[in-house]
Design a protein around this ligand. Structure first.
Ligand code: NDP
Length: 300
């Protein structure tokens, strides 16, 4: 079997176009422009690239983008005061605080200071609880992107066996909650799981969110399964290669693609969906704040 490649680049472009249409409709019906504020503390080059891309795609979708860059010397109280300002700003419908924050700042305290309705990253404790109890919530962007791709591929996920490898608060746990909400039978695996290979072989849907390059080989994949590879790992190329490094996922792509029914590549799978879902969450937040209907395909 050769798996169908789930093209996250193409799918994310579709989601961003849907967001842009929703933004235009909201402007026409309510005269409101959704706004996303991104807070970046420090000079981390990777974070700067992410923030730049987010800003660019926010504007391309017709939304307002507000960037708040601060030096690493900012105190926790000063950062909390900035979050308070953004919470109160009616032009801001989504607030994202780029992680990681410097070690002298309590990340959980900052995240939980964001108004839950504006918490477009979906990390606020109230959103975590709302997802777990099946209420409308801001859903973390990466798991939301995975869910959208799965729904697009399968239609209904009801009754499927889903295995999520990884139990982080930002990917593994919310992914498992979303799959449960869609009536999958869900197993969460982690570093202490025994017989991981056997657990994975039971999966109709296998989500890998570990951060270990190519650790899941093709013979852990059930024939015909759908494999969602969240991992992003940078490996060195052999000397003399055209590029010094390459990105790989947590799944060994070639061997898994020979067995799976469908698979997301790395790069070009889950990654591009994350920013698209951030834009979707900002639009949804703005719609909810203004009593407008959010486009149904953009929510969990
Ligand atoms: P974390 O490091 O927070 O969590 C990793 C999880 O993997 C943990 O639950 C850990 O288990 C588990 N794990 C580690 N080793 C093993 C093992 N040998 N067998 C089984 N489970 C194991 O990572 P994140 O969830 O933040 O990210 C996971 C990956 O996804 C990374 O590669 C990251 O770069 C990528 N990512 C991609 C995004 C995207 O936009 N595409 C967004 C966010 C993340 P335990 O809890 O027991 O330690």
């Amino acid at each position: 079997m050769t798996a169908r490649i789930i093209d996250g680049k193409a799918f994310s472009a579709k989601v961003r176009a849907e967001v842009a249409t929703g933004v235009a409709a909201l402007k026409a019906s309510h005269g409101i422009t959704p706004g996303l504020a991104v807070v970046l503390v420090g000079e981390d080059p990777a974070s700067q690239v992410y923030v730049r891309n987010k800003g660019k795609q926010t504007v391309e979708a017709g939304m307002a983008s507000f960037e708040h860059k601060r030096d690493t010397s900012i105190t926790e109280d000063e950062l909390l005061a900035l979050i308070d300002e953004l919470n109160a700003d009616p032009a801001v419908h989504g607030i994202l605080c780029q992680l990681p924050l410097p070690t002298h700042i309590d990340e959980a305290r900052v995240i939980n200071a964001i108004t839950p309705e504006k918490d477009v990253d979906g990390f606020h404790i109230s959103n975590v609880g709302r997802i777990a109890t099946g209420q409308d919530a801001m859903v973390p962007c990466t798991p939301l992107g995975c869910l959208m791709m799965l729904r697009d591929h399968h239609g209904s996920l009801s009754g499927m066996n889903a295995v999520v490898v990884g139990r982080s608060n930002i990917v593994g746990k919310p992914m498992a909650q979303l799959l449960l909400r869609d009536s999958c039978t869900v197993t969460i695996a982690h570093s202490r799981t025994t017989n991981l290979a056997e657990v994975c072989r039971e999966a109709d849907i296998l989500v890998a969110a570990v951060g270990r390059p190519e650790m899941i080989p093709g013979d852990w994949v059930k024939p015909g399964a759908t494999v969602i590879d969240v991992g992003i790992n940078r490996l060195d190329n052999p000397p003399g290669s055209e590029k010094p490094t390459r990105l790989v996922g947590d799944v060994h792509f070639e061997s898994a693609a020979a067995v799976a029914g469908a698979i997301t590549p790395v790069p070009g799978g889950v990654g591009p969906m994350t920013i698209a879902c951030l834009l979707a969450n900002t639009l949804v937040s703005c719609c909810r704040a203004n009593g407008a209907d959010a486009p149904s395909g953009l929510t969990a």
